[in-house]
Design a protein around this ligand. Structure first.
Ligand code: SF4
Length: 369
């Protein structure tokens, strides 16, 4: 881990912001920046400790784990950070059949995950005009085959596709903005509409699905951009908030950039935990594999994501191969890491009851007084 000495004035200012956050007071943008800037070793320990205590107050010693089925790596978009961008002609892409997707989902459920996340690039076979029936049918078939909740991450879909996806059995909708700085968004996601992407989360929630928002760390954003994203994620009302480090991918315009310092992701996770105490916050295995799990849990994360069954020909997103084929991203491996910590995997019913409570809240707030 990289630590940097900071001036006593900066440390003092950050310490005051930390006290305020721990007291549950609302923080100004400047105070959030000050927390996100913590690099002093003593204050970092206090920040992470406070994040863990906040997690414990809200979730006890339970954490959750999600299986990941990246079922199509075809994509119509050209995001500058992404290995699977349309212009990358030097890769072998795959598209799993419905039967494979169902088998993968049931095998993840049998392994003990709390949720199955069905993710794809914006595959032109499924993003076909305004007709999303093929995707809706797929979600319905997987929902019939598994009992655990489903998350879908299909990219940007039209507003009128949301009710059908929800009725087919999708409990969650994930769609990461990556940044809430519009200029940077245009560079990261060229020719994509900022507002329409942001609206995905709102449309999902108004259809009765829970939503996840996420940002990428180390893509050229400032600390103030990160702070604004933390605020916006709170204002959106999403129940899961994510920060993941940028990892440069070959054959992309950002291939020669440095990867983010993982400490910056950890600090962002801790600050999100303090400011959004009752939200789910992922510790993704997609960045450093299983070896990065402990530090993310120590920063206050409480959902282990990107569990991928080995030997099934599946890829990750940020790290398309890391720890997958060797079985390093399995529930078994996770449990061996958790044995050394103060947290343990929740039961499936704990997770189901958490999200059904949230969905009831969502439905009653949508129904109005
Ligand atoms: S980030 Fe998603 S939408 Fe963008 S190119 Fe990659 S797979 Fe496609």
């Amino acid at each position: 881990m990289t630590y940097r000495r900071q001036s006593p004035i900066v440390v003092h200012r950050s310490g005051r912001a930390l006290e305020k956050a721990m007291g549950g007071d609302e923080l100004s943008l400047e105070e959030i920046c000050s927390l996100l800037s913590v690099r002093d070793p003593v204050l970092l320990d206090e920040l992470f400790q406070a994040a863990r205590a906040t997690r414990e107050r809200n979730f006890g010693d339970s954490v959750f784990c999600y299986g990941f089925v990246y079922f199509s790596t075809h994509c119509r978009n050209d995001c500058s950070f992404c290995f699977y961008r349309r212009s990358n002609q030097k890769i072998t892409r795959y598209r799993k059949t419905d039967e494979d997707i169902i088998d993968l989902s049931t095998s993840l459920e049998d392994s003990g995950v709390h949720l199955v996340d069905l993710t794809m690039g914006e595959d032109p076979m499924l993003h076909h005009g305004n007709d999303y029936q093929r995707l809706i049918d797929l979600v319905g078939r997987v929902d019939e085959a598994v009992k655990v909740p489903l998350m879908i991450s299909p990219g940007v879909v039209p507003k009128d596709a949301f009710p059908g996806l929800k009725d087919a059995g999708a409990d969650w909708f994930a769609c990461y903005q990556e940044t809430h700085n519009r200029g940077l968004f245009a560079q990261l996601r060229p020719h994509q509409d900022y507002e329409v992407r942001l609206s995905q989360k709102k449309w999902a929630m108004s259809s009765g699905m829970l939503a996840e928002e996420g940002i990428m760390i180390g893509v050229g954003e400032s600390i103030a951009d990160r702070a604004r994203s933390v605020q916006i994620m709170g204002d959106l009302g999403v129940r899961q908030v994510r920060a993941m480090s940028f990892i440069p991918q070959c054959n992309t315009p950002m291939a020669c950039r440095d990867h983010a310092l993982f400490l910056e992701e950890l600090v962002t996770i801790a600050v999100m935990r303090l400011l959004h105490p009752d939200r789910l916050i992922p510790a993704s295995l997609d960045i450093e594999g299983i070896r990065g799990l402990r530090s993310r849990l120590d920063a206050g994360a409480n959902v282990i994501t990107s569990i991928i069954p080995p030997s099934m020909g599946l890829a990750g997103v940020a790290q398309h191969e890391l720890d997958i084929e060797g079985g390093g991203r399995t529930v078994e491996q996770i449990e061996s890491v958790l044995d050394e910590t103060d947290v343990h995997l929740a039961t499936p019913s704990e997770y189901a009851s958490l999200i059904s409570g949230w969905r009831r809240e969502l439905m009653s707030s949508e129904a109005g007084p």
